[in-house]
Design a protein around this ligand. Structure first.
Ligand SMILES: [Zn+2]
Length: 372
């Protein structure tokens, strides 16, 4: 294992924060997997999973069983980890700008098209290599203005030439679920089955350029743009893995999840070894447009009637909202049938707050599809 420290430009006067990337195997043959933990810095289950992965990958590396390179960033957001506000870790948004740490990565498609068009040919693998080089050049030319932008450039640069990118997150209170691009839904199926995901959420453009989508989207966009002229592979299978709820930081779960991720890498040929039989799928892919966010129509105490993982019928109540000033209470109902896969951890809701998410089957929404 090779450990590399990357210094970020300090936001103010004083020492620089550091990011560490761990490199297993060898970068010789161009095959690469990239895994990062806790881009939202307060999503701690991901960092524990990364520790379990590190131990297992060290052993696999020592045994010579890794094909190509596996890069692991065990703590992806030192800026967010330092945002400790009077006892609460505030790791989702950059406090200096209010921008979500998992938004505004560099979407490259429009810049790539004129760069690669004169170079593309009929050899798909050669096209992949030259598109990756053009991505590298564009990212090298990105001059970040802030420490957080420098972090985003660094993470995107570490991942941009990987065949598989797994961005490890969690929700407030949730069952295991996964986000990926619609064109990658089938390829992600085995990962979903190995992890036991209960919602597989797919979308082509969810809005605001989250990490996984920014890395994978260029490939299907270029493939569509050059269709009939040049072959372009879907060369990056990227997904955001939501490791249940934020306090589910347990060795037993991390052990189970690390095994599932490594089994998926065996299945894809990045690690040598027997491939396990896939468990049955627990869900079908859900388009992100069919996820119903349930919002609070007024402030009040939030009493959930449904837990993560439970299925709900259309019209069924999932929570009660009680206004202690008026004693008025409202039942919050799902308008569609589906599975409640995530809910907030707090129990006082303010007006308009999204309190739960239901994976349904009917497309209800358009526009920006992710929460803030
Ligand atoms: Zn997250």
């Amino acid at each position: 294992m090779r450990s590399v420290f990357h210094a970020l430009p300090p936001a103010g006067v004083g020492p620089a924060r550091q990011l560490r990337s761990l490199h297993f195997g060898a970068a010789a043959n161009g095959r690469k997997v990239y895994i990062q933990a806790s881009l939202h810095a307060d999503e701690v289950p991901a960092m524990l999973l990364a520790q379990h992965l590190r131990t297992k990958l060290e052993a696999l590396d020592a045994a010579g069983l890794i094909d190509g390179e596996i890069v692991l960033v065990p703590m992806a957001n030192p800026i967010g980890l330092a945002q400790d506000l009077q006892g609460s870790l505030f790791g989702r948004f950059d406090l200096s700008t209010g921008i979500n740490f998992n938004r505004q990565f560099k979407h490259l498609t429009q810049s790539l098209i004129p760069l690669v068009e004169p170079l593309l040919g009929q050899d798909e693998a050669a096209n992949t290599a030259l598109i990756r080089q053009a991505c590298r050049d564009l990212l090298d030319a990105w001059h970040p203005q802030t420490e957080t932008e420098a972090l985003k450039k660094l993470l995107q640069s570490l991942a941009q030439d990987a065949d598989i990118v797994l961005d490890l997150h969690c929700d407030n209170e949730a069952v295991m679920h996964l986000y990926t691009g619609t064109p990658l839904a089938e390829a992600c199926g085995p990962l979903a089955r190995l992890l036991g995901v209960q919602a597989l959420l797919v979308c082509k453009v969810s809005g605001d350029d989250p990490f996984d989508e920014t890395l994978s989207r260029i490939w299907w966009e270029l493939a569509e743009h050059f269709e009939g002229r040049y072959p372009v592979a879907h060369a990056c299978l990227a997904a955001t893995v939501e490791l249940r709820g934020e306090v589910q930081v347990e060795h037993g779960l991390a052990q189970q999840d690390s095994q599932a991720l490594l089994d998926f890498l065996r299945l894809r040929g990045h690690i040598d070894g027997p491939v396990p039989e896939l468990p049955a799928a627990l869900c079908e892919p859900t388009v992100l447009e069919a996820v119903e966010p349930i919002s609070a129509p007024h402030g009040g105490l939030l009493v959930f009637l449904k837990a993560p993982g439970e299925t709900v019928a259309a019209g069924e109540a999932i929570a009660e909202l009680i206004d202690p000033l008026s004693d008025h209470s409202t039942l919050l109902r799902a308008s569609v049938a589906g599975r409640l896969f995530a809910r907030v951890a707090r129990r006082y809701a303010s007006r308009g707050m999204r309190v739960a998410k239901i994976a349904g089957t009917v497309a209800l929404r358009s526009g920006k599809l992710l929460s803030m």
